[in-house]
Design a protein around this ligand. Structure first.
Ligand SMILES: Nc1nc2c(ncn2[C@@H]2O[C@H](COP(=O)(O)OP(=O)(O)OP(=O)(O)O)[C@@H](O)[C@H]2O)c(=O)[nH]1
Ligand SMILES: [Mg+2]
Length: 474
């Protein structure tokens, strides 16, 4: 990891920060209002040149709305009726002076307002530059800045909970707590390196080892939470597979509560892939309905089967559908081979008809996997299936525990893994009685990794990579 340049040097290279930036902060398209945001020391003087108040109030009052017109200074013509908010530093998003111009939300108006602002001396903001300034000016740490993107992109309640957790500083505080514990331990070790003649009791070393082990356990838990956090943040893909006519498309429809896929009694109805996103207790699940797998002479169906198999390989999760009213046949058994090793739930469908396959018989083929009996036609067992999918993916209910830290970002997970590895080496070193200098080195490396996570020792390159993911205007 390159820890060559610190935040301070990142700050120094950001001489751009002296410039005033502006961007349209609302989405393109037609809407009731649209907002152009300006940040930097020129904000107030720019808006003074463009704004004509409709009240007698001669000065802007910070953090108050002001009603008036925006005028093109060159022609003197009005551009739009607007509300202006001037927010004087430091109590602002970026800790700089900020002006928001609330005008009507039309593509042309917003472009025009932005153009006038740029003409008066602002420059176009880069993606995420407002949030980057909030970070560089010390208002938020890096994990909180990253949470802003997650919040904007949250697709479900659970991903919102995780983003808010991070935005409220849960990860930041956890990292800081770990740092102070490590700094304390490091002081003890380095004191002994500097004054080796002072006897340090073995009990102190034992305690140090125990303490480090406790920290490693905690980090293992956070690393494990990553897989779950990722599922909530990014969702999973889930292919519905089975032979023809078992009810795959009917299941897709009943899960989505709409007649999305064509259902007929004719085997081989679905040819192309149909994909829709379903929210299962906060997990965005991309459901994929596929062509029934069987040997076909029809070349269109053959292509459908080929695509179906391809999607099964690529998907994170599989719903294997069986027709409980028909009994197993060779088509089913061939499919069992196709899905070997896939994480799955077996769905025994058509339980409204006389039963030809029992759950016990299915268990013989799939002793490890959950088996759910359903009727896609009569909407039976569907909630059970949703719960089972959820439990197969997530082992504890995070929706109810917003205080339980979930690590959802790969950068954070990698840093925590690095810390864990350093501490594991330190523990091993203590046990083997290697020179304290090596142990101190491992703890210092762990502290570096923690500093990098919260953005105290982060290179400009990493910062750029993070802020590039933002939209313009945030
Ligand atoms: N009785 C009963 N019929 C069902 C059930 N689920 C589906 N069906 C019927 O089974 C037939 C096939 O259903 P589809 O959903 O098209 O089956 P599929 O697996 O998508 O079939 P292909 O696209 O041909 O592979 C239709 O007539 C459905 O109404 C069920 O739970 N019970
Ligand atoms: Mg179908």
């Amino acid at each position: 990891m390159n820890r060559g340049s610190s935040l301070n040097s990142a700050k120094k290279t950001s001489s751009d920060q002296e410039e005033t930036i502006a961007a349209i902060s609302t989405p393109f398209g037609e809407s009731g209002i649209g907002i152009v945001r300006i940040s930097g020391f020129l904000s107030e003087s720019i808006v003074r040149k463009l704004f004509k108040s409709k009240s007698d109030q001669p000065h802007f009052i910070s953090h108050h709305f002001h009603y008036g017109e925006l005028i093109d200074p060159q022609s003197g013509n009005p551009v739009d009726e607007v509300l202006i908010v001037l927010m004087k530093s430091p109590k602002t998003y970026t800790r700089e002076d900020i002006v928001e111009i609330h005008c009507h939300g039309g593509y042309f108006i917003l472009q025009k307002v932005l153009e006038l602002v740029l003409k008066e001396g602002a420059r176009m903001a880069l993606p995420g530059e407002f949030t980057k300034r909030a970070f560089l000016n010390g208002r938020i740490d890096l994990t909180r800045a990253e949470a802003v993107v997650d919040l904007i992109r949250a697709k479900t309640q659970a991903s919102l909970v995780i983003a808010n957790q991070q935005l409220r500083g849960l990860l930041y505080r956890a990292m800081n707590e770990l740092r102070s514990r490590l700094v304390e331990r490091l002081a003890l070790i380095e004191a002994h390196i500097d004054f080796p003649e002072e006897e340090i009791e073995t009990i102190v070393f034992r305690e140090l080892g125990e303490d480090l082990k406790e920290m490693v356990c905690q980090m293992e838990e956070w690393i494990a939470s990553y897989e779950e956090g990722k599922i909530f943040r990014e969702g999973i893909s889930c292919a519905i597979v089975g032979k023809t006519n078992v009810g795959k498309s009917s299941l897709l429809n009943v899960l989505l509560k709409e007649e999305r896929a064509i259902v007929t009694p004719i085997p081989g109805t679905t040819r192309d892939i149909i994909e829709e996103v379903l929210n299962i207790y906060g997990i965005p699940v991309r459901l994929i309905d596929t062509a029934g797998l069987r040997k076909s002479v029809d070349s269109i169906e053959q292509e459908g089967v080929r695509r179906a198999k391809e999607r099964v390989v690529d998907s994170d999760f599989v719903l294997l559908m069986l027709d409980g009213s028909r009994g197993f046949d060779d088509d089913d058994k061939e499919i069992f081979e196709e899905i070997k090793g896939k994480k799955k739930v077996v769905v025994l469908n058509k339980n409204d008809l006389p039963v030809k396959i029992t759950i016990e018989e299915v268990k013989r083929f799939f002793p490890e996997d959950p088996i759910i009996s359903t009727s896609a036609l009569k909407n039976k067992g569907i909630d059970d299936l949703k719960k089972t999918i959820y439990i197969s993916l997530i082992h504890r209910d995070i929706r109810a525990t917003p205080e339980h830290l979930i690590v959802a970002n790969i950068r954070h997970k990698n840093a925590i893994t690095q810390v864990k590895d350093n501490l594991t080496n330190a523990i091993k070193g203590l046990e083997e009685g290697i020179p304290l200098e090596f142990i101190s080195f491992e703890i210092r490396s762990a502290l570096d990794a923690l500093g990098e996570t919260v953005g105290e020792t982060t290179t400009e390159e990493v910062l750029n990579r993070i802020f590039e993911q933002f939209c313009i205007g945030k």
